[in-house]
Design a protein around this ligand. Structure first.
Ligand code: SF4
Length: 363
């Protein structure tokens, strides 16, 4: 197969520019002083109890929200486990701190629950790179392929998919499909898709999106950093470019990288993923020295190793979501939800059978 046969057309430059502009203009949650932190956390705890609500927080979100989830019986995790936890938890309200597709996935699996987010403006460059109409037309042009989409997509794109995957389960799911003789149409992350393709040998046609965080890790600078820390292990998320993945000792999802940080004997670890992960990684491996992998120069980088949309989640907008939920609640048209949830539930059933998640859905 020619390389051109494995790639979808490039993302149009106008869309790339819009994504970069959104990333650069998304305002991070403002920092709060100690007194305000105490006031906000007390008020959030009271609202969580009063409203029978639970926090479901991604590893990349501010550590104050991660700590609050831990203190209040919520969950801090990756997108696969967030989906499973939210569906299994008996709370009436799920407060999802992350980016919008995570709230949508929670709502798909728990339509009877209210799903709130600190901000609905928290986008994801992968989701934005894959507009539903264009993607659907691309699928129509390749009807012989099984459509596999990453969790970082809109409900409408998931509704067009046969399978949803996350970075925790993409490899076993693609291997499973390969064993069934399936050819795959993959979207939207080109680096993760290429990594899975190389690991499995699967026949994959790749959409050309990328993550504004992982795409910026720089192989040459990482090599120089490795020379300065010759005994350090390098942990890399597979949304990173191929040249960065090639320097890794461990490639894996956020949960897999945290497990590796605990397991590896190396005292120093160079970590190529969003630096929000350092909070949980350091808790899991308190004796390790964690070093941020280098990105493009500060003057040129868009994310500088921290997702601009994850950074929009803060204590103040979290409390606002609980006190004045209008404008914070996730709604999905029911036909889209019903179409999309099939591929998500297929992923969860597969992951449970493989022991990749332990939470059971309530239904
Ligand atoms: S870190 Fe990348 S993949 Fe994750 S939400 Fe941000 S832009 Fe999307």
């Amino acid at each position: 197969m020619n390389r051109s046969d494995t790639l979808a057309p490039p993302i149009p430059s106008a869309l790339t520019e819009r994504i970069q502009s959104l990333a650069l203009s998304s305002p991070p949650a403002p920092p709060v002083c100690a007194a305000e932190h105490a006031r906000l956390t007390a008020a959030i705890k009271a609202e969580l109890t009063r409203q029978n609500a639970v926090l479901v927080v991604h590893y990349y979100v501010d550590q104050a929200l991660q700590a609050l989830a831990d203190e209040t019986g919520g969950r801090v995790s990756d997108s696969l486990d967030m989906a499973a936890f939210g569906a299994a938890h008996p709370a009436q309200t799920l407060v999802v701190c992350g980016v919008r597709f995570m709230g949508e996935t929670a709502k798909m699996l728990s339509p009877e629950k209210r799903v709130l987010m600190p901000t609905l403006q928290a986008e994801c460059s992968l989701d934005l790179s894959c507009p539903a109409d264009e993607f659907s037309a691309f699928c129509d042009a390749h009807p012989e392929r099984t459509v596999v989409v990453y969790a970082n997509t809109s409900a409408a794109v998931k509704a067009r998919a046969d399978w949803v995957v996350t970075s925790s389960n993409a490899l076993p799911i693609v291997r499973h499909l390969m064993a069934e003789g399936k050819k795959i149409l993959w979207a939207p992350d080109r680096h993760l898709g290429r990594y899975i393709q190389e690991q499995t040998g699967a026949d994959m046609l790749l959409w050309q999106g990328d993550c504004v965080v992982h795409n910026e890790f720089a192989a040459e600078d990482l090599l120089a950093l490795k020379r300065q820390h010759p005994d350090a292990a390098v942990l890399v998320h597979p949304e990173s470019p191929r040249a960065v993945v090639a320097l890794a000792d461990v490639v894996g999802s956020t949960s897999q990288l945290i497990a590796a940080a605990q397991r590896l004997p190396n005292r120093e670890l160079i970590v190529a993923t969003d630096n929000g992960i350092f909070y949980k990684m350091q808790q899991a491996a308190p004796d390790k020295v964690l070093i941020e992998a280098p990105t493009a120069e500060a003057s040129r980088c868009i994310s500088c190793a921290h997702c601009p949309w994850m950074a929009m989640n803060g204590l103040a907008n979290l409390l606002h979501a609980l006190q004045q939920p209008e404008g914070h609640e996730i709604f999905i048209p029911e036909p889209t939800r019903v179409a999309a949830v099939r591929s998500v539930e297929r992923m969860l059933a597969f992951s449970r059978a493989q022991g990749l998640v332990t939470s059971k859905t309530a239904r």
